[in-house]
Design a protein around this ligand. Structure first.
Ligand code: B12
Ligand code: SF4
Ligand code: SF4
Length: 384
């Protein structure tokens, strides 16, 4: 017989950090979703409009349970809110420092599905979703007891914190649901206050159109000018509303090497840089930066990582270099053009005049989107 306890044990055995069971039922939070879309909070993310997204039984008619699995990705490096502003560097969100989580989670879900299939036998059905499918994963994750849906809208657990990914198996197995957790946010509003664009428009409600994560990853065209200064150094995603959360101060750290910041080699001029010079102490407690001279002391090959990367390196990657560096990385979602667009904005925000020649190159280039963002960045540098 397949019991909830056995399923949870198997989920842990394949490598998930927390596993729980939600009923495949109509829960009240699903009702918020159409309202959220009607408000326009989903911006240009048209894939969210799929009607099937409202209830997992639209995906599997015989669905009885949703097995929800969490995998922590905090590699232990400092929070964005702890790392001082460096006019040479940008910020990639923590979840994208290592390998793309979609494949990692999907593999573990497959392993779990295989164990269940073997035990349950004929008639067993299970569909696997990680992010890409039309499932409101956090709503089911909440009912599976993985965390409460916090004021910043992330699923949050007192021990795990919120730096974890979700994956689900929608199945026809009738399993005892787990106990949902009580809301632990209380009177705290730190995330709402810290958000640089006021994207958390009310507790538990995010206007994605204002969120830096949406603006730097999902939005394909022009970043509205009103949000560009608030983008600061962010070039991919944003961690602020999680980094300020008291539960993430003492959150659990993953020892999976795949979530450690990916090492990269940057070959760039550093002679005139104000920060990030040879011998300067890296902000990353775990990271060791090695500099070695290659050309008369003016050009150096830096072994760095995707933690707090150099902006000039990102902007100089080129499409081929981008594909190489970000192979099997979640950063691929922004595409080369999106990442460079964001980097140009971060350069404008840096006030670092050293970026002027690179920005001028993009401003005169034949890509209208990049040229416009580069011109804006040059104007910001002029205004300094
Ligand atoms: C679209 C999307 C985004 C969008 C929109 C985010 C959002 N809050 O909706 C953008 C691009 C902004 C985004 C950003 C991020 N995302 Co995202 N994203 C998704 C995705 C694909 C769908 C989410 C969705 O359907 N949103 C629609 C809204 C309405 O749903 P919801 O957030 O669950 O909203 C509920 C509440 O708002 C509540 N609600 C609504 N109104 C009201 C009113 C009241 C009064 C109350 C009480 C409640 C309430 O009910 C809603 C459900 O109907 C999911 C994967 C998935 N398939 O679920 C990942 C997912 C949510 N993202 C994830 C991550 C990691 C992130 C980022 C941390 C990445 C980053 N560092 O940049 C940020 C976090 C930003 C944030 N504060 O949420 C993880 C979350 C893990 C976790 N622990 O919560 C997920 C689950 C992916 C995964 N498989 O791991 N994301
Ligand atoms: S991810 Fe950043 S921009 Fe988005 S809600 Fe959180 S703090 Fe605001
Ligand atoms: S910062 Fe405070 S309100 Fe925001 S998610 Fe964390 S505990 Fe909840």
């Amino acid at each position: 017989m397949v019991t909830a306890a056995w399923v949870i044990e198997q989920g842990r055995a394949v490598g998930f950090d927390k596993v729980g069971i939600a009923p495949a039922a109509a829960v009240p939070e699903l009702e918020f979703f159409p309202q959220w879309l009607e408000q326009g909070y989903g911006g240009e993310m048209d894939y969210l409009r799929q009607l099937r997204r409202r209830d997992v039984r639209e995906l599997l008619a015989e669905a009885r349970s949703v097995i929800c699995c969490a995998l922590g990705y905090d590699s232990g490096s400092p929070r964005s809110t702890e790392v001082p502003y460096d006019v040479e560097r940008g910020w990639i969100s923590r979840y994208a420092w290592g390998d793309d989580y979609h494949e990692i989670i999907a593999e573990k879900l497959e392993a779990l599905r295989a164990r269940l299939a073997e035990r349950a036998g004929v008639g067993f059905q299970a569909k696997l979703y990680v992010d890409t499918g039309p499932v409101l994963e956090r709503v089911y994750g909440r009912y599976a007891g993985l965390g409460w849906q916090a004021k910043n809208t992330c699923l949050l657990d007192a021990e795990l914190g919120s730096f974890f990914f979700l994956g689900v198996l929608v199945t026809n197995l009738e399993l005892e649901p787990s106990e949902p957790l009580a809301d632990g946010c209380g009177s705290c509003t730190l995330c709402i206050e810290a958000c640089p664009t006021e994207a958390i428009v009310a507790p538990y409600v995010l206007d994605a159109r204002r969120c830096l994560s949406y603006l730097t990853i999902e939005l394909r065209g022009t970043i509205p000018e009103e949000f560009r200064p608030a983008l600061g150094r962010h070039v991919f995603g944003c961690d602020i509303c999680q980094d300020v959360c008291p539960y993430n101060r003492r959150s659990w750290v993953s020892d999976l090497p795949v979530f450690q910041p990916r090492p990269v080699e940057t070959k760039l001029e550093t002679r005139n840089s104000k920060l990030g010079k040879r011998g300067e102490k890296s902000e990353n407690r775990k990271e060791k930066t090695e500099n070695r001279d290659t050309e008369h002391g003016s050009r150096v090959a830096n072994r760095e990582s995707l933690f707090h990367p150099r902006l000039d390196w990102l902007a100089s990657l080129g499409e081929e270099g981008y594909r190489r560096v970000f192979e099997k990385s979640a950063v691929r979602r922004a595409k080369w053009r999106g990442l460079v667009r964001n980097t140009l904005v971060a350069m404008g925000n840096s006030g670092n005049a050293r970026f002027r020649p690179l920005l001028e190159k993009f401003a005169a280039g034949d890509d209208p989107l990049l040229a416009e963002h580069a011109r804006w960045a040059l104007q910001q540098l002029e205004a300094q």
